[in-house]
Write a protein that binds this ligand. Structure first.
Ligand SMILES: C[S@@+](CC[C@H](N)C(=O)[O-])C[C@H]1O[C@@H](n2cnc3c(N)ncnc32)[C@H](O)[C@@H]1O
Length: 348
C-alpha cells in the first residue's frame, strides 16, 4: 500500500463528496433565490441576504459559509459577494453557462436510486417517465442554455443549405423533444417555418405545449405524443434529435424513420453529448459526468425499450455514424462541436 497515493485518493474523495453536497446546496440556493438576490454583485451580510429573501438568518449564514468555502461566493470582513463570473453560472437564467437550473438532475439521481438498483438487479430497464419529475424540468434547464447560445448562431448555420430553407419556410420535426426547449428556440428564430415536436413522454409533451404558448410561438409549433419510430408526415426538410438518440432503445429504427420522413435532400441534425470514440479518450471531467448520468438515466431508458441497444451518452461519432449508415443515410459528418456537444449532420 502506497500511503502517499492513499492520501491523494482520500483528498480526491473529500473533494468529490464536498462537490456532491454543494450541488444540493446550489439547488436550494437557486430555489430560494439567493444567487439572484446577490446578482448585483454588491457584498451583503448574511442577515441582509436573509432579509432580502425572507429566509431564516441562521440557515442563510450557514449556506453562505459553505458557498464561500467552495469559492462560489467571496467572503471579506463578514460580507459575502457573488462575483460576476459566478453570477453567470448561478444567477442568470439566460446566460450560456447557467448551470444552477440543471443541477436538479443530480437530485433525481439520488431520489431514483432504489429504482436504479432494481434495474441493475433486473433487466437493466428504467423508463424515462418513471423518474422523479425533477428529472424532466432539470433536463430542460440543463440543456436550454446551450440551445439558446448555439443552435441559431452556429449549429444550424453549420448544416449545408438548411438556414435558407428555414428562413423561407421549412417543415421541421424535433424528435424526443422533451419540454420543447430546442423547438421553441428554433420557432422564435424562424417564423416562416413550421415545427413539430414529438416525444414518448406524455407529461413532457403537455409541458412543451405550455412552453410554446408562453413563448408566443404556438401558431407555428405543434407537439404530440409519439415514438421516434412512429411520428406522422413524410415531407420534412429537417429532422432533429437533441440529446435523445442515445436514450432510445432502437436508434437505428429511429434513424430509419427519419430517413423515410425526410424530403429528398433533407437533413438530420443530431446533437449528442460530446464524446470521443474510445473509453480511454473519455476519462475526463465531461466523460465522468455523462457516464454517471448515463448509468442512471440514458442507458436504462434505452434498455427499457424495444431492441435495447444501450448506446449510452458517450457513444462517440463512429458509433453514431454506423447507426445512420445502417439506416440508409449516405452522408454523415461532424458539423460543429462544443466542449459538451457533438453536432452531426446526416443527409438523405
Ligand atoms: C435527455 S431527454 C432530451 C429532451 C430534449 N430533446 C432536450 O434536449 O431537452 C430525452 C428525451 O427523449 C425521449 N425519448 C426517449 N426515448 C424515446 C423514443 N423511443 N421516442 C420518442 N422519444 C423518446 C424522452 O422521453 C426524453 O424526453
Amino acid at each position: 500500500m502506497d500511503e502517499a497515493k492513499l492520501h491523494e485518493f482520500m483528498g480526491k474523495l473529500v473533494g468529490d463528496m464536498g462537490g456532491a453536497a454543494m450541488m444540493a446546496s446550489v439547488i436550494v440556493g437557486e430555489e430560494l433565490g439567493f444567487y439572484r438576490a446577490m446578482a448585483d454583485g454588491v457584498a451583503v451580510t448574511s442577515d441582509e441576504l436573509a432579509k432580502r429573501t425572507q429566509c431564516n438568518p441562521r440557515l442563510v449564514r450557514e449556506w453562505l459559509s459553505a458557498q464561500a468555502a467552495s469559492g462560489y461566493v467571496e467572503h471579506t470582513d463578514g460580507k459575502f459577494q457573488l462575483p460576476p463570473e459566478q453570477a453567470m453560472a448561478l444567477a442568470h437564467e439566460d446566460s450560456p453557462v447557467f448551470v444552477a437550473g440543471g443541477a436538479v438532475v443530480l437530485a433525481s439521481m439520488f431520489l431514483d436510486k432504489d429504482k436504479v438498483v432494481a434495474a441493475f438487479r433486473g433487466n437493466g430497464g428504467l423508463a424515462w417517465g418513471d423518474h422523479h419529475p425533477c428529472m424532466f424540468s432539470g433536463t430542460e434547464r440543463f440543456f436550454r442554455p446551450g440551445y439558446r447560445a448555439n443552435l441559431v448562431s452556429s449549429w444550424l448555420p453549420a448544416l449545408e443549405g438548411v438556414v435558407p430553407k428555414l428562413e423561407q419556410g421549412a417543415k421541421v420535426a424535433d424528435v424526443g423533444c422533451g419540454h420543447g426547449a430546442s423547438t421553441v428556440v428554433m420557432a422564435q428564430a424562424y417564423p416562416n417555418s413550421r415545427f413539430f415536436g414529438f416525444d414518448l413522454h406524455k407529461a413532457s409533451v403537455e409541458t412543451a405545449k405550455q412552453r410554446a404558448t408562453d413563448a408566443g410561438v404556438a401558431d407555428r409549433v405543434q407537439f404530440a405524443e409519439a415514438a421516434a419510430k412512429a411520428y406522422p408526415h413524410h415531407d420534412y426538410d429537417l429532422v432533429c434529435f437533441f440529446d435523445c438518440l442515445h436514450d432510445m432503445g432502437d436508434p437505428i429504427g429511429a434513424a430509419r424513420h427519419a430517413f423515410a420522413a425526410l424530403k429528398p435532400g433533407g437533413t438530420v441534425l443530431l446533437v449528442e453529448p460530446f464524446a470521443n470514440d474510445r473509453l480511454e479518450q473519455n476519462l475526463n471531467p465531461v466523460g465522468r459526468m455523462f457516464y454517471a448520468a448515463s448509468t442512471f438515466v440514458c442507458t436504462p431508458n434505452s434498455l427499457s425499450q424495444e431492441v435495447g441497444l444501450g448506446l449510452g451518452a458517450q457513444a462517440g461519432e463512429a458509433r453514431l455514424r454506423a447507426v445512420f449508415l445502417e439506416a440508409g443515410f449516405q452522408r454523415f459528418r461532424r458539423a460543429a462541436e462544443t466542449p459538451f456537444n457533438l453536432v452531426l449532420e446526416a443527409r438523405k
